[in-house]
Unconditional design. Structure first.
Length: 93
């Protein structure tokens, strides 16, 4: 992974997905997963000029149903702490 120039530059993560959509009114991102993800995991979202933040996965949904674990290949809905855009990368740390 390329090192980013910010507070988290020393934190390495495993790429697990990409943002495919963002709903600004409810602050929910849709993430297409390339690796599994579980409630309680910490993720890092990186993209654009100045988006780079870490948050805990507190709840996930698939087709409006709450789930505890998501599998590779699924698209999940996840409430995010900051605005994101399509194409931003999601890392598990």
């Amino acid at each position: 992974m390329k090192k980013e120039k910010n507070n988290f530059q020393e934190i390495e993560g495993q790429l697990i997905g990409e943002i495919t959509h963002y709903f600004p009114k409810v602050k929910v991102a849709v993430i297409k997963l390339s690796k599994p993800l579980s409630e309680g995991d910490n993720i890092r979202i990186v993209g654009g000029e100045d988006t780079d933040f870490i948050q805990e996965v507190k709840s996930m949904e698939v087709d409006h149903q709450k789930i505890k674990k998501a599998k590779k290949g699924e698209s999940i809905g996840l409430k995010v702490n900051k605005k994101v855009r399509e194409g931003y990368k999601v890392y598990k740390i």
